[in-house]
Design a protein. Structure first.
Length: 239
C-alpha cells in the first residue's frame, strides 16, 4: 500500500510545478493586438459615354461672302453674323478612353448682311439655316469628353439684287460643302451633359443668276464660309 507520506509528497511536488509554470507565464510579454484594417472606400463608377442622345443648342454664327460678276466687273466682299439655334441627335460607342460616334444637327440662323457692289447695285444675302452630318472621335476623362468632328455641311442661302435702275431679282440656293469642328462635353448629372463647340463650314463658290431689265446677264459667282460657336445640352438614353 502507498503510504500517506508518499501521496502527500506527490501533491506538494505537483503544486510546486503548477505554481512555477504560472509564474513563468506571467513573466511573458503580452501578445500584440492585430493591426487595424482600413475601411473599404466606395469608388464611384467611371462615366459611360455609350448611347443615343438628343439635345439643343444656341450660339452665334459668322460668315464671309464675296461676289464677283464677270460680265459687268461688279464685285463686293462683306461679312455677316447673327444668332443660331437648333438641335442635334447622335450616338457614341466607348472603348476604354476612346469614344467614337456620329451626329447630325440642324440650326436656324439669322446670319445676314447687305452691301453695294462696285457698279452701285445693292446686294443682300441671308443664310437661313445650316445642317451637318458628321463623325466624331474623342478622348474621355471620366465625365469630360474632348472631341473633334468632320463631315458634310448644308446651308440655305437666299440672295437678292436691287440694281441702280430699280430692278430687282432674287434666288434661293441650298449649298453643299464640308465641315470640321472641335468641342468639349461634360456629363454634369447622370444622363445629362453640356457642351461647347466650334465648327467651320466651307461651301466654296457658286453661281447666282440674278437677271434684271438693266442687267439681264447678271450672274455673280458668290462664295460662302460660315463659322459657328454654340453651347448645348444633351440627354443620353440608357445607363
Amino acid at each position: 500500500m502507498i503510504s500517506r507520506a508518499l501521496v502527500a509528497g506527490c501533491i506538494v511536488t505537483a503544486g510546486t510545478v503548477a505554481f512555477a509554470c504560472s509564474a513563468q507565464a506571467a513573466d511573458l510579454p503580452a501578445r500584440p493586438m492585430p493591426a487595424p484594417v482600413a475601411p473599404v472606400m466606395y469608388a464611384p463608377p467611371v462615366y459611360n459615354w455609350s448611347g443615343i442622345y438628343v439635345g439643343g443648342n444656341l450660339g452665334g454664327g459668322f460668315a464671309s461672302s464675296s461676289w464677283s460678276d464677270a460680265f459687268t466687273g461688279a464685285n463686293d466682299n462683306f461679312n455677316k453674323g447673327g444668332f443660331i439655334g437648333g438641335g442635334q441627335i447622335g450616338g457614341n460607342l466607348q472603348f476604354n478612353w476612346l469614344v467614337v460616334g456620329v451626329e447630325g444637327d440642324f440650326d436656324w440662323t439669322g446670319i445676314k448682311a447687305g452691301g453695294t457692289d462696285s457698279a452701285g447695285n445693292a446686294i443682300n444675302t441671308n443664310t437661313q439655316w445650316t445642317a451637318t452630318a458628321t463623325g466624331r472621335i474623342g478622348a474621355a476623362f471620366d465625365r469630360l469628353l474632348v472631341y473633334g468632328k468632320g463631315g458634310v455641311a448644308f446651308a440655305d442661302d437666299k440672295s437678292s439684287l436691287n440694281d441702280t435702275f430699280g430692278g430687282s431679282a432674287s434666288t434661293n440656293n441650298t449649298r453643299t460643302g464640308w465641315t470640321a469642328g472641335v468641342g468639349l462635353e461634360y456629363a454634369f448629372y447622370q444622363n445629362w451633359s453640356a457642351k461647347l463647340e466650334y465648327d467651320y463650314l466651307g461651301f466654296g463658290s457658286q453661281t447666282l443668276n440674278l437677271p434684271t431689265a438693266a442687267f439681264p446677264t447678271y450672274a455673280s459667282s458668290a462664295s460662302l464660309n460660315v463659322q459657328e460657336i454654340k453651347a448645348g445640352i444633351n440627354y443620353k438614353f440608357g445607363p
